[in-house]
Write a protein that binds this ligand. Structure first.
Ligand SMILES: C[S@@+](CC[C@H](N)C(=O)[O-])C[C@H]1O[C@@H](n2cnc3c(N)ncnc32)[C@H](O)[C@@H]1O
Length: 245
């Protein structure tokens, strides 16, 4: 296989981080994820987009609602957890994690965005373990984390087939809790996305919870972070408990 620039940089990183068997898996996953990325935003967080990611998002009112709601949900959980944040992005919740005495792991497909995280977080970044990889094949053991967090991802960055696969991966590596950002439609008609589309906010709340339940997650509570479509759709942070212990 002829390796592109991105493949080559992925290869180098995985040589350092995981050794050759996992490296080959990661390249295969990269290729598969990319072939499903038509009309999906996942593979665009490089260069300037990565560098300016947080400055732009900080101008959105709902960024701050997400921050506030995340802080409140985290304060309901025990201290000292081991957390995995996917995709890590600019590490927007890292200061909350450290305030709660967490050990922090982050995974993201883009090393450019993790460099942006390093710039904005400084010393706090050095206390995190960051890994480049894909949400659909997490390089971690079963039940390796007490908490898995995922925002601005499952509903609009990857395609629905990968969203379902990712939720199963989250449930596999999660021992106790997850906080996942997902959307739903308030009134019908409801619709299941095709596997190669984004999930969006078309399913009902009950359908979203049923999807989570099939992977072993049940709702503890949820917090609204954004209203869409004139009030007919909502994005929530769902605090979930892992039930398949
Ligand atoms: C909109 S940002 C969200 C970042 C962060 N969670 C937040 O709330 O700001 C989407 C991120 O997903 C990452 N990404 C895209 N596809 C991915 C995949 N398959 N696995 C892991 N990360 C992925 C991108 O590199 C980018 O950093």
């Amino acid at each position: 296989m002829r390796l592109t620039k991105k493949h080559r940089s992925l290869e180098t990183i995985n040589q350092i981080s995981f050794g050759s068997e996992l490296k080959n898996d990661a390249i295969a996953e990269y290729t598969m994820a990319n072939s499903r990325l038509k009309n999906i935003k996942g593979d665009s967080y490089y260069g300037k987009v990565a560098k300016n990611y947080e400055d732009k998002r900080r101008q959105q009112a709902w960024w701050w609602v997400e921050q506030e709601q995340m802080e409140e949900l985290l304060s309901m959980l025990p201290r000292g957890l081991k957390v995995l944040d996917v995709p890590f992005g600019t590490g927007r919740f890292v200061n909350y994690y450290h305030d709660h005495g967490y050990t922090v792991f982050g995974l993201d497909a883009s090393d450019d965005i993790m460099m942006a995280a390093q710039t904005s977080l400084g010393d706090q970044y050095d206390r995190c373990t960051t890994v480049r990889g894909y949400s659909t094949k997490l390089p971690f053991d079963d039940k390796a984390f007490d908490l898995v967090v995922s925002t601005r991802f499952l509903r609009d960055i990857i395609c629905y087939a990968d969203t379902k696969k990712t939720i199963r991966e989250f449930a596999r590596v999660c021992k106790s809790y997850a906080i996942l950002q997902l959307g739903f439609r308030v009134d019908g008609p409801y619709e299941f996305p095709a596997d190669d589309e984004r999930m969006g906010s078309r399913m009902s709340r009950r359908q979203v919870l049923a999807l989570l339940k099939r992977s072993g997650f049940e709702e503890v509570e949820s917090r609204k972070v954004k209203v869409l479509d004139g009030g007919n759709a909502e994005i929530h942070h769902f605090l979930l408990r892992q039930t398949s212990t």
